[in-house]
Design a protein around this ligand. Sequence first.
Ligand code: GTP
Length: 466
Amino acid sequence: MTSTNTKSWPLVVNTRVLATPLALLCILFAVVVLFGYAAGMENLYRPIADGPATHPLTATTILLLGVGVLSAERANRITQTLFITALAFAFCLLAVNIFDIINHTQQANLLTPFYKVVDAEGAIGKSNKMGVNTSITLLFVAFSLVFQHIHFPTIAQLLSFLGIAVPTVSFTGYAYGLDNFYGQMSLISATLGFVLGAATLARNAHNNPIRSILSPYFGGKLARFQVLIGYAFPALIGYLMLKFVTSIDGLAVGLLIVIMSWFIILMVSISAMFQTAAEQRTQRLMRQLEQQAETDPLTQLPNRRRFVEFLTHELNRLNRHQRNDLCLLMLDIDHFKNVNDTAGHDVGDRVLVSLGALLRSSVRKVDLVARIGGEEFVVVLPDTNFNGAHRVATHLLDYVQRMEVPGWTDTHGGITTSIGIAVAHKQSSIESLLAEADSCLYQAKKNGRNRIEPQAELDRPTAPTT
Ligand SMILES: Nc1nc2c(ncn2[C@@H]2O[C@H](COP(=O)(O)OP(=O)(O)OP(=O)(O)O)[C@@H](O)[C@H]2O)c(=O)[nH]1
């Protein structure tokens, strides 16, 4: 279900760009929190007076994980080392903290900066801990970065989603006044955990399911709308229930909102993945069909339809810019009926395929070679004057004579072509240009074949025609 150009989808590009400022924001706030401890400014790490604080260990881990997000792209050896070091330290801090939570020990104190401030606050009964919610959030984020690094993007996104879900639960708690929802997770910790999770998701946005939600197709647009509704609708319902139904249990409402939101988002992500994959398949098929509609099935050259499109564009260009010249060569194999009649249709086809390949490889990339009829080919030469076109035609006449086609040239001698040259001018239309080239070609056939005939009113070049 991957697509080679996914990284260039505008929303994917913009979301990936967001990862860096989001990570920088987390680092900045973590530094501000640590500064709050250093400078004794409590409101910098405890936004609600007597509410939960952001523990210095939390701020340090967020800072390390922010560095992890910044260096996750494996740009060079330095970022690689930075990434591994930051993650290793973050895991150490988280492991010790989780060990303390499980065993009711205080080993993390040994690693905690500004531990004395925390200790002093504890002595006067102020809560300041890196609680279970925060530890789980940061652990999910850290593991998400690891899985991203070892190329398991879907698992990484799932972990980021889970990392974001925990602060969302805390936000719900803050919104509805359910303190057992946020526990010891301060508003700063919840916000930074959320932003950090979002940064890891943004870094990984070119992979599924996020990339499907960000796809430019209808499925992506629908998924983005559904994600918004998935968040907003349960929150609105919860708000109305708590406001108007007096006997209701707040905890149950909060849980219902969180579960409903995340269930909707999970379902939207899964369906967006399938819908985007189906839409990409349809787009690929349409591109193939478009290409087929403009390609001659035998020679694989552009057909008359593509030729008309190309020539229209070049004539428009000629009309816009005074100085650019444009010439059209029309080639027709001499006595081709004889090839079919003598050696069979298969050999005739082989001659056409060989001639097509020879013409294509003999002109510039900007020129268009097309098969517009049975044994009739055209070469459009943009930015080429008559002398240039005549030179090209002379080479082609020569190359064709020397062309080898097994089953024909080995037993019946070389193939020859006649070529008509038409030079476009400001009033030229496709029809007039084709008619001129065709009449030159007719003249070349009449004058003995295996020759070039330019437009009647043009001066002939000094070199004699073949
Ligand atoms: N093998 C093959 N033959 C084709 C194809 N398309 C057209 N032809 C044949 O090309 C031949 C064109 O014959 P004519 O128009 O008489 O032209 P000619 O024999 O090349 O003679 P001059 O153009 O006057 O030199 C016919 O026999 C067509 O059947 C094709 O796709 N494959």
